[in-house]
Ligand binder design. Structure first.
Ligand code: CUA
Length: 158
């Protein structure tokens, strides 16, 4: 079978690219630990409201100096509706949903996470600027999706 020289070159180049791309995936995942975002902490969504991890909603100080914000996203509100956290402190949000997929976005910050029933979504951020931030749901979740909002108040750390 005769393959034209130029076609042969393109075939070789395509083959090199495929090997390079596959190699990149293997090297970054094995050597550098780069993986797709995932969250393996699961929860029974039907029992989420009664789950010990989510019975005490609100802001809790951790021993390492950070704070945990334990929250719930549900049709069509966030619990708690008002969250107060200190500035310059690592804030870890721990969120779940007992019904459908919601979003948890703190407008103007890098906090933006999907809240998926069956999982505990975790995201950590530090807020440098005191102020009031709007929290919105950015996943369409039903007829009152647009009304689903909360308030994050960042206060000067004591
Ligand atoms: Cu919850 Cu949109």
């Amino acid at each position: 079978m005769n393959v034209d020289l130029y076609e042969r070159i393109w075939m070789i180049l395509a083959g090199v690219l495929i090997v390079a791309f596959a190699g990149t995936v293997v090297v970054t995942s094995v050597a550098q630990g780069v993986h797709p975002p995932s969250n393996v902490e699961t929860i029974d969504p039907v029992m989420a409201m009664a789950d010990p991890r989510f019975t005490n909603l609100g802001v809790h100080e951790r021993e390492d100096g950070g704070v945990d914000v334990v929250g719930m996203a549900r049709m069509f509100f966030f619990l708690p509706t008002e969250i107060r956290v200190p500035t310059d402190t690592p804030v870890t949000f721990r969120l779940t949903s007992p019904d459908v997929i919601h979003g948890f976005q703190v407008v103007g910050t890098n906090v933006n996470v999907m809240v998926i029933p069956g999982y505990v979504s975790t995201i950590t951020s530090t807020f440098g600027e005191p102020g009031e931030y709007l929290v919105v749901c950015n996943e369409f979740c039903g007829p009152a999706h647009h009304a689903m909002a909360a308030k994050l108040i960042v206060e000067e750390a004591q």
